[in-house]
Design a protein around this ligand. Structure first.
Ligand SMILES: Nc1ncnc2c1ncn2[C@@H]1O[C@H](COP(=O)(O)OP(=O)(O)OP(=O)(O)O)[C@@H](O)[C@H]1O
Ligand SMILES: [Mg+2]
Length: 382
C-alpha cells in the first residue's frame, strides 16, 4: 500500500469509528474521531497537493468539521446518529435541486450527427412512453453513453430533457457522493424513490447521472464508502428493470471512463452506446451550427476546414470557433475604430481559422481512442 493509500484508509477507519460511536450515543468520543479523520485528510492534501482526490477529501473534511461542531454544541446524549437520519434531515440533499424545473434550451437539431445515440433514446424512451402497449416484452430502461470527452454525451442528455415530456432528475455522481459515510447510499435510494413516485403518478421520470464512473470505488473501500453506493445503485437498477412493473423510470448514465465500471454494473445498462469523435460530415454539420451567429468571409471553405480538423472533438470545434471569433474581435480592438458604433470587426477568414488550427492539437489521443474502440468491441449493446 502506498503512503497515500495508507493515510486514506486511516481516515476511513476514523470516520467509521466516529459513526459507530455516534450510533452508541458516545458523541464526545465520536467528535474526537472525526477530528482525527479531518487531520489525516488535511495531511493527505498537504502531502500530495496535486492529487485529483483532494477536492473530495476537502469536502469530507469540511463535513466532518461541521459534524464535530454539531456534536459539541448539542449536548443531547441520545439524539439521532448520522446513520439513522430520516428523509427530513436537513443534511440530506434537497431533491428539488436535482429535478430539472427549467428545460435546457437544446433540441435534437442543435446536435450534429450522433444518429445512433439519438435512435437509442427514441427506441428506449420516446416510443415506450408514447405507446407502451406496443412493447409486450418490455423495453430497455438503462442507457449508457460512453466515449471521449467533448463529444456530446452531456449534450444528448440535455436534449432528452428538453424533448421529452417528463420529469428529469439530474445528478452528477459527485453530488450523490455526499460527505457522510452511509449518506451517499441514502441519496441514491432517495433519488430513485423520487423518480418512482413520479412515475407512479403517470409521469415518465428520467434519471441522468453524469460521470457515472465516479460512483465506482476504484480501489475498494475509499473515503465515503463508494463500494456500498455502487451496491445500492445495482439494487435500484434491478428495481427499475423489474418487468412486472410497467412504470416509466429510465436511467441514462454517461462516462468517459467506461473501463472503470465493473461487469455487474455494465450489464444493467441494456443499451451501451459509443458516442464517438465526429467524422468529417459531422464536423461540417457542427461548423454550420457554430457559424450560425458569425460573420464569415467568402473564402471560408468548410470542406477544407473539416479535412484539417480530423481528430477534433465537438468541444475542440466549439473552442476553435470561439478562439477564431475572439482573434478577430481582439484584432478589431487593437486596430479598429472601437468608439465608432457603426464600425464592426472584419468577417472571419479561412486564414483566421487556419492560424488557430495550427496552434491546437486534438484533445483526444490515438491511444485513448483505441481503448474506447476495444471497450466498445467487448461491451457494446445497441
Ligand atoms: N454532436 C455535437 N454537436 C454539436 N456540438 C457538440 C457536439 N458534441 C460536442 N459538442 C460541443 O462540445 C461541447 C462539449 O460536449 P459535451 O459536454 O456534451 O461532451 P461530453 O461527451 O459530455 O464530454 P465529457 O466526457 O468530458 O463529459 C458541447 O457543449 C458542445 O458545444
Ligand atoms: Mg459530459
Amino acid at each position: 500500500m502506498s503512503a497515500s493509500e495508507e493515510l486514506e484508509s486511516l481516515a476511513v477507519k476514523y470516520a467509521k469509528e466516529a459513526i459507530q460511536l455516534e450510533g452508541k450515543g458516545s458523541r464526545r468520543i465520536a467528535a474526537t474521531k472525526y477530528q482525527r479523520a479531518i487531520e489525516v485528510l488535511l495531511k493527505l492534501c498537504s502531502l500530495y497537493p496535486a492529487a485529483p482526490q483532494n477536492k473530495l477529501y476537502m469536502e469530507h473534511a469540511e463535513a466532518y468539521r461541521k459534524r464535530v461542531q454539531e456534536l459539541q454544541s448539542d449536548s443531547e446524549p441520545n439524539s439521532r446518529p448520522v446513520e439513522s437520519a430520516d428523509g427530513k434531515d436537513s443534511k440530506n440533499i434537497k431533491f428539488d435541486q436535482w429535478v430539472l424545473t427549467e428545460k435546457p434550451d437544446i433540441s435534437w437539431d442543435d446536435i450534429a450527427d450522433l444518429e445512433k445515440p439519438k435512435r437509442a433514446i427514441e427506441e428506449s424512451i420516446v416510443f415506450p412512453v408514447r405507446r407502451p402497449d406496443l412493447f409486450p416484452l418490455g423495453w430497455p430502461r438503462g442507457i449508457l453513453f460512453f466515449g471521449p470527452p467533448g463529444c456530446g454525451k452531456t449534450l444528448l442528455a440535455a436534449a432528452v430533457a428538453s424533448e421529452i415530456k417528463g420529469v428529469f432528475f439530474c445528478a452528477d455522481a459527485a453530488s450523490l457522493m455526499s460527505k457522510w459515510l452511509g449518506e451517499s447510499e441514502r441519496n441514491v435510494s432517495q433519488l430513485f424513490a423520487k423518480a418512482r413516485e413520479n412515475a407512479e403518478k403517470g409521469q415518465p421520470a428520467i434519471v441522468f447521472i453524469d460521470e457515472i464512473d465516479s460512483l465506482m470505488g476504484v480501489r475498494g473501500e475509499e473515503v465515503g464508502g463508494e463500494v456500498r453506493v455502487r451496491n445500492q445503485f445495482l439494487k435500484e437498477m434491478d428495481g427499475i428493470l423489474d418487468k412486472k412493473r410497467n412504470y416509466h423510470v429510465y436511467l441514462i448514465g454517461a462516462t468517459n471512463k467506461p473501463w472503470v465500471l465493473d461487469e455487474p454494473f455494465i450489464r444493467r445498462f441494456q443499451k451501451r452506446i459509443y458516442v464517438p469523435l465526429p467524422d468529417i460530415k459531422a464536423r461540417m454539420d457542427m461548423f454550420q451550427i457554430y457559424a450560425h451567429d458569425l460573420k464569415l468571409d467568402n473564402n471560408v471553405d468548410f470542406a477544407e476546414l473539416a479535412r484539417v480538423t480530423e481528430g477534433y472533438s465537438g468541444g475542440d470545434i466549439r473552442d476553435l470557433f470561439q478562439s477564431t471569433q475572439l482573434k478577430v474581435v481582439r484584432n478589431f480592438f487593437t486596430h479598429g475604430n472601437v468608439t465608432d458604433l457603426a464600425s464592426v470587426p472584419d468577417p472571419i477568414t479561412m486564414e483566421d481559422f487556419q492560424s488557430i488550427v495550427t496552434g491546437r492539437r486534438p484533445s483526444v489521443s490515438q491511444t485513448i481512442l483505441k481503448r474506447y474502440y476495444d471497450w466498445d468491441e467487448s461491451f457494446k449493446a445497441s
